[in-house]
Design a protein around this ligand. Structure first.
Ligand SMILES: [Zn+2]
Length: 404
């Protein structure tokens, strides 16, 4: 069954206890397959790790070691509190054999100490085909393999392959990544978590999304793939054969490694964070709560946005305006399970193309309202457009292959 990995923060600890039925009430209709947390989260509280343990759900700690490639604010928890974090920027030459050994040992030990049930090998962001970080990534994986053998660590391994959209190129990408792909074979991970940065953006997002599909199809011939930080293209990844995808609850829905790293350059502000966005099933993504509140009075649009699933939200659809987090998880999981139940590839692509058509129609209507109502925020439709175009092409390809 397709997996939904949820990236949770300490704010979600009580929600997760509730969803897994650990607070004395019955469990939610459906729940995350696995829980992922940011590297510094276990330092704030061990609550999420213990919830996962009690629920019998795998627990991953993302070491986010690509932050080493940029400067971090010295007060940032990743830079200042983690044994392998540091505020200054490293260049490839800084990560010599000794520094790599040290990073591997510290990052792996840290995850095990804080209750991870699988090890995520240290990883870097490879944003270009000629990147010097390619050899560093190969070295980190080879050293992780040796470290785990030497230390007798028998936990499953997840290899995050963090690449920029240019490296997804179907011919040049695998050629450039050759050292990394052979190190991957030595590491022998249970899965590759493909973090494809900005794969849903650009002038022609359908080209990037198609390259993502081809990369998944290629890697999964040898190793199972999950899509990392891919809330907007997660279903596309599952249709391409990924075993699932990972994303946050309402936020952290898209993979932009550069932007994520940049957030840690400035001190954390005490300013008010905006309310958490809420998942709208028809759009396959979350939208700001303020937009939802403004749409509440627009009956026809609201009927397409509100949740009509009685197993998820109480009747009336007002739950979305309260705490929409459980709804977001339930709907995301149900959507990939629905896709997963469709046996034939060609029908999966057809299903996705039709869902994207409906989503785009709604998004365009919302965007027309957004031009006259400041409370309704414009929706970026590039992921939906890409999903529609790629699904259509894949569907035609699958049909012509069958005819041939
Ligand atoms: Zn719901």
């Amino acid at each position: 069954m397709a997996e939904l990995l949820i990236r949770a923060s300490t704010q979600d600890a009580a929600l997760l206890r509730r969803i897994y039925g650990l607070d004395g009430h019955s469990a939610a209709a459906t729940s995350p397959s696995r829980i992922v947390v940011d590297a510094h989260t276990p330092l704030k509280s061990g609550d999420i790790a213990s919830t996962a343990r009690r629920a019998g759900v795998p627990f991953l700690i993302d070491p986010q070691t690509y932050y080493l490639q940029g400067a971090q604010h010295c007060g940032d928890p990743w830079a200042s509190r983690l044994p392998f974090g540091r505020p200054d920027k490293l260049v490839p030459a800084d990560l010599d054999a000794f520094a790599q050994e040290q990073l591997v040992a510290l990052a792996v030990e840290y995850q095990i100490q804080h209750g991870a049930t699988a090890v995520i090998a240290p990883y870097v962001h490879i944003d270009r085909l000629d990147s010097e970080w390619i050899n560093i990534q190969a070295g980190l994986w080879q050293r992780t393999a040796r470290y785990l053998t030497r230390e007798n660590v028998v936990l499953p391994i997840t290899a995050v392959l963090a690449i920029g959209w240019r490296v997804l190129h179907p011919v040049q990408g695998p050629a450039a990544l050759a050292p990394v792909l052979s190190a991957l074979a030595a590491l022998g991970p249970r899965e590759v978590a493909l973090a494809a940065s900005k794969a849903d953006q650009g002038v022609r997002p359908q080209d990037r999304a198609m390259d993502l599909v081809l990369m998944i199809e290629r890697i999964r011939r040898d190793i199972p793939v999950i899509a990392w930080q891919q809330g907007h293209l997660g279903e596309l990844a599952v249709a391409a054969g990924a075993t699932g995808y990972e994303c946050g609850i309402g936020w952290r829905e898209r993979c932009d490694l550069g932007a994520k790293a940049n957030e840690h350059r400035k001190p954390e502000t005490d300013g008010q964070r905006s309310a958490r966005p809420v998942f709208v099933s028809a759009l396959g993504r979350s939208i700001p709560k303020r937009s939802l509140e403004a749409l509440r009075s627009q009956r026809e649009l609201w009927m397409q946005i509100m949740c009509t699933d009685p197993g998820c939200c109480p009747a009336g659809g007002t739950a979305l305006l309260g705490d929409g987090r459980a709804h977001t998880i339930v709907q995301r999981r149900q959507r990939i399970e629905q896709l997963d139940r469709i046996e034939r590839g060609v029908w999966r692509w057809k299903h996705l193309a039709e869902a994207a058509d409906t989503g785009l129609e709604l998004a365009h209507r919302l965007n027309r309202r957004a031009t006259t109502n400041d409370d309704i925020k414009h929706i970026d439709t590039s992921a939906l457009e890409a999903t529609r175009a790629v699904s259509h092409t894949r569907r035609v390809d699958a049909r012509s292959r069958r005819v041939a």
